[in-house]
Structure formats: C-alpha cells, structure tokens
Design a protein around this ligand. Sequence first.
Ligand code: 6GU
Length: 237
Amino acid sequence: MRFDILTLFPGIFEGYLSESILSDAIKKGALEVNLYNMRDWANDKHNTMDDRPFGGGPGMVLKVDRVVPCVEEVRSYDARPGRIVMMTPQGRPLTQRVVEELAREERLILLCGRYEGFDQRVVDILQPDEISIGDYVLNGGEVAATVIIDSVMRLLPGVLGDEDSATFDSFSTGNRTLEEDQYTRPREYRGLAVPEILLSGDHGLIDKWREANRRQKTFFRRPDLLFGGDSSEDDPQ
Ligand code: 6GU
C-alpha cells in the first residue's frame, strides 16, 4: 500500500516513520510512505500557503490555488488514483470499521491542514474522504494522519508477525468487547497475586475466565459497546 502525506510540517512524521514496526514494514515492502511539503507548491516569493478568511474572523485559511495543484501533481506520481483523505475535525469519525475500509485501498493520499483549515473549494474540487479522529481539538491534521497510518498498516498482510493478531483485537469487526486483563511473571508483586485460574493449566476454565473478565470490564467501562445498538452506527455514512 502506498501512503502519500501532504503537510506543511513533514518533520513531525520523521521520528514516527523511522521507529519499530512501521520502519520494518517499509523495509519488508508491505507499505511505502512518501512525505511532501505542500509549501513546495507555493509559487510566490514569500512562499505563501494561507491567507485571511473572507468575511473576517480569526486564523488563516489554506489557499485553494496552492493545495489543489499540489494534490493533483502528487496524485499523478503513481498510476493508482487512490483515495484522498482530508484530516479535519469536521470529518466522519474514525472507527475500526473505517480503518478496515481504508486498508482495502491500494493508495491513500493524506491531506493535513493547520490553522483554521482549508478553503472549502479544496473539498468541492477534490471531494476527499473527510475524517476526524475524535471530538477534541488538535493543532493540525499531522497527529491524526499518524493515527490513520498506524491503525491501517497493522491490517496489511505481512506487517504483524502473527497474521492473526489483528483479527482478535478489541474493535475489530464483530468484536464488541474490551480486551481481558493480562498478567506475566512474577506471580505475586506487592501482595497482588495473579488470578489462580490463569495458573491452573485448564484452558477451558481460562477461556471462561477471560470471557467473563472482558464482559465485566466492558459493562463497567464502555456500556455503549454492549448496548449501543447495531455496530453499523459506529460509522454514519
Ligand atoms: Cl483529523 N484534525 C484536526 N486538526 N483536529 C482534529 C482531528 C483532525 N480529529 C480530531 N481533532
């Protein structure tokens, strides 16, 4: 899968891209990530990318005549058109269902905004898939784009060591419970003992304990997952 990240702050991604499973996956060829600085598409002597909003108000707006040519040129770098994803708090909420949908694409072009956002005509022309990672305010779309890359890449074949390990995650399709509590050695620490059943070697009992633990935890922490109705409501289209 090919990711193209369009941002005014490519440096934000460099540490993330060079670490751990992501850099391993890139080395293995499971994915390719390209970073583009949108400012390279500013063609005036001050490299202007944003301007004051018509009608007044705070903040600055990213200019349509910079962003659209940038996206169109980057799109032309590969025969696969891919899907344009705009990171915006006005977007549809990211859920595991949306992550699974994005993971089926051959290519994602991730548009990261800063300031007050993009001129509306960027949306009108490019018709991106507008996605928000939650109801809180970020300074820009860069952190949200890393969330997309991180959650999507782990579903790609050959990325995780154990092919099955993403299938059973909390929130993967059909799974509507949190994960059970986990323990490893030592058996006792500061007077806190590991639940006896987990040491019993009886896998029937252990499975029952885990299931009960998941249900209880989900009931108290995230009752919306158990009683929130059809999981398709996660993802209003
Ligand atoms: Cl995707 N972008 C920005 N700027 N803020 C956000 C967001 C995205 N998702 C939640 N808050």
